[in-house]
Design a protein. Structure first.
Length: 251
């Protein structure tokens, strides 16, 4: 912490600046009470409102945007998901969507810190887990892309929250295949053997971390694999939720 006199001098000289985690523009940080995004992912005054926590009507089990205050969507009523709870920061749109795409396909790894800071704001009401586990990629996909965006986000959440990160609890045994055009039951059947839990998952309460959830079939398969491997329970922590059957890539 800099002395107050030195801080005032730096501000007056235009030297007390940092760069926005989203737009990368230099700015002078505001009073923290006015801008909660600071530390490893500071946002300038123009960008901070773009990442305000989104309160949208959603299914309590899968966070699907419902448009009403209905507690559960139709699919969760008929086929409850295998996780105990879910937390989603916002909808897959606007600046949040752009940040995810820039991380995922543009390789802008520092944006993981911003997304992780967003997730840290929605997990405080949940019972702490024994481990954070990112949705893994198949080794072939990982070699092609060079990084796993879910792992980068989970690392950022770990730094913000201090919760233990254990990426090795889950393995992806089959590469992602497009599920567009398949009914939900067919998607679940196609993906049920995509993951395998390691023996270290036994007896743990695990938060599964990912960037986006669309259909939810990938997350269902991952949670089911962990439970089959002896995990006590799972929760889902995602940055963004899209409407089911979105035209975006299926997750």
């Amino acid at each position: 912490m800099l002395p107050t006199r030195l801080t005032s001098f730096l501000k007056s000289a235009g030297l007390a600046q940092t760069r926005c985690a989203y737009c990368l523009s230099p700015f002078t940080p505001e009073d923290p009470a006015r801008n909660p995004f600071r530390g490893p992912a500071p946002l300038c005054p123009a960008c901070a409102p773009l990442f305000a926590l989104s309160a949208f009507p959603r299914c309590q089990h899968c966070a699907l945007p419902t448009g009403t205050e209905a507690a559960l969507c139709g699919e969760c009523l008929s086929t409850p998901p295998p996780w105990k709870s879910i937390a989603a920061y916002g909808l897959y749109q606007g600046a949040l969507r752009n940040a995810i795409l820039r991380l995922k396909f543009g390789g802008e790894i520092p944006l993981a810190s911003l997304i992780g800071a967003c997730l840290d704001k929605i997990t405080t009401a949940l019972p702490p887990p024994d481990a954070l586990t990112p949705i893994p990629q198949h080794p072939r996909h990982l070699r092609r892309r060079g990084f796993n965006q879910a792992h980068e986000i989970a690392k950022a959440l770990h730094r913000c929250s201090g919760l233990p990160l254990r990426a090795g609890l889950l393995r992806r045994t089959a590469p992602h295949t497009p599920q567009t055009g398949l009914a939900s039951t067919e998607r679940r059947r196609e993906t049920r053997h995509f993951f395998e839990a390691t023996t270290q998952a036994r007896g743990l309460r695990i938060w599964l971390v990912d960037d986006v959830m669309t259909t939810g079939v990938t997350m269902r398969a991952a949670a089911q694999a962990l439970l089959a491997g002896g995990a006590l329970e799972t929760a889902v922590i995602i940055a963004a939720r899209t409407p089911r059957m979105s035209s975006h890539v299926q997750q």
